[in-house]
Write a protein that binds this ligand. Structure first.
Ligand SMILES: Cc1cc2nc3c(=O)[nH]c(=O)nc-3n(C[C@H](O)[C@H](O)[C@H](O)COP(=O)(O)OP(=O)(O)OC[C@H]3O[C@@H](n4cnc5c(N)ncnc54)[C@H](O)[C@@H]3O)c2cc1C
Ligand SMILES: NC(=O)c1ccc[n+]([C@@H]2O[C@H](COP(=O)([O-])OP(=O)(O)OC[C@H]3O[C@@H](n4cnc5c(N)ncnc54)[C@H](OP(=O)(O)O)[C@@H]3O)[C@@H](O)[C@H]2O)c1
Length: 358
């Protein structure tokens, strides 16, 4: 067994934020650290150290993610959930953003052993209109497997507060998202899981990983990217290309922007970052800048990458994005005389096209 550690930086531009005081003891040498310039949360510089303990490097063999060793699912079920304590909850969208998104960290004491790309269930407090406990809602895990504090004892979520006006003109608040966005540090929440294998990240450290996110669909990719760029693992050193496309309504809704920019600074040859800010940007034809509109600007390059057998595409977020992305791929494939539907079917079979939209 060998161990390594890095110092990563967390940047949560927030107007409201709170945290329980940390009682964690610093990790002592001989762990290796990658020094980062610290960034700030509410004016306070914060740096987070990630410690990992991993096996020695091994040759990467292609194992289906469905059979990946050590991936735990459904350890905690709705009838026997894990009661987690909130350590931190921070609004990460600007005050003028349309809607609020919060980043929260829950203590798991290490008993929810998740992988990057999995989700957890949350059972909100209270009863439904029939007087029964609320049903669970799923949330993609927004931290890497070792968590934001690097001790494998936390899980982070990225949650959009659902508020809408119904047909009767009443304002309705989503049950679980409001429960989570309002959770105070120190308070408890019932978690289930972990669940899901669709979004497990590729094991090949030399892969091209194209990540397509709308809004909170960024969650799994934050986990991927922390593992790739903020952590040092002895059995995983990312040497491939990570390319993130993130679509949000306004620049004040850009999620984890500072973290991603820091990664780009650190690994300019291994990380590409493109934002699509739908209500502020347009393309040359004056069309609204959706994620697929931004991708279309790199169409040839993306298509070339898709022809490689170690390119993996991941899509997460709004259901509507899937069709928009398919539409540009149909055109690109047709230029090469390829039927996109069949091509995508093959990519899916080889686990190179991974979709979790809702
Ligand atoms: C695998 C998976 C991962 C997910 N990950 C995340 C994540 O990382 N972050 C995140 O924020 N969410 C995520 N979600 C969504 C999440 O599970 C919840 O669905 C979401 O938070 C809303 O739950 P709620 O309890 O607040 O709303 P609820 O109280 O359940 O209300 C939702 C219902 O309100 C109605 N409704 C919603 N919007 C409108 C509208 N505009 N007009 C009329 N009716 C409407 C619909 O009937 C909808 O079913 C994920 C979902 C899945 C399946
Ligand atoms: N694993 C999962 O399945 C998973 C994980 C996380 C989140 N989610 C889901 O993802 C969704 C994210 O919503 P959010 O409220 O966080 O996002 P948001 O902040 O509203 O951002 C969504 C962005 O996508 C744009 N958009 C709207 N329709 C689109 C389309 N057809 N194609 C491409 N882009 C489109 C929006 O543009 P305009 O608003 O300007 O039109 C906006 O810029 C939620 O429904 C959440 O439940 C699912």
């Amino acid at each position: 067994m060998a161990s390594a550690a890095v110092t990563a930086a967390i940047s949560l531009p927030s107007s409201k934020s709170s945290a329980v005081p940390s009682t964690r003891t610093p990790i002592s040498p001989p762990f290796e650290r990658i020094p980062f310039r610290k960034v700030k949360i509410n004016g306070r510089p914060i740096s987070i150290r990630a410690q990992v303990t991993t096996e020695a490097p091994a040759a990467v063999e292609k194992v289906s993610k469905k059979n990946e060793e050590g991936v735990v699912t459904n350890k905690f079920k709705p009838k026997t959930p894990y009661t987690a304590r909130c350590l931190l909850n921070t609004k990460i969208t600007g005050d003028d953003a349309p809607g609020e998104t919060w980043h929260m960290v829950f203590s798991t004491e290490g008993v929810i052993p998740y992988r990057e790309g999995q989700s957890v269930g949350v059972i909100p407090d209270g009863l439904d209109k029939n007087g029964k406990p609320h049903k669970l809602r799923l949330y993609s895990i927004a931290s890497s497997a070792i968590g934001d504090f690097g001790d494998s004892k936390t899980v982070s979520l990225c949650v959009k507060r659902l508020v809408y006006t119904n047909d009767q003109g009443e304002i309705v608040k989503g049950v679980c998202s409001n429960f989570l966005c309002d959770v105070k540090p120190g308070a408890e929440a019932k978690l289930t899981g972990p669940v899901g294998k669709e979004m497990l990240m590729p094991k090949d450290p030399n892969a091209t990983v194209i990540m397509l996110a709308t809004g909170t669909g960024i969650a799994p990719f934050r986990g991927f990217l922390w593992k790739m760029f903020f952590e040092r693992h002895e059995d995983y050193k990312f040497t491939g290309l990570a390319w993130l496309f993130l679509g949000v309504p306004t620049s004040s809704s850009l999620l984890y922007k500072e973290e991603f920019e820091k990664m780009k600074e650190k690994a300019p040859n291994n990380f590409r970052l493109d934002f699509a800010v739908s209500r502020e940007q347009t393309n040359e034809k004056g069309e609204k800048m959706y994620i697929q509109t931004r991708m279309a600007q790199y169409a040839e390059e993306l298509w070339d990458l898709l022809k490689k057998d170690n390119t993996f595409v991941y899509m997460c977020g709004l259901k509507g994005m899937e069709k928009g992305i398919d539409d540009i791929m149909v055109t690109l494939a047709a230029e090469d005389g390829i039927d996109w539907v069949e091509y995508k079917r093959q990519l899916k079979k080889q686990e190179q096209w991974n979709v979790e939209v809702y």
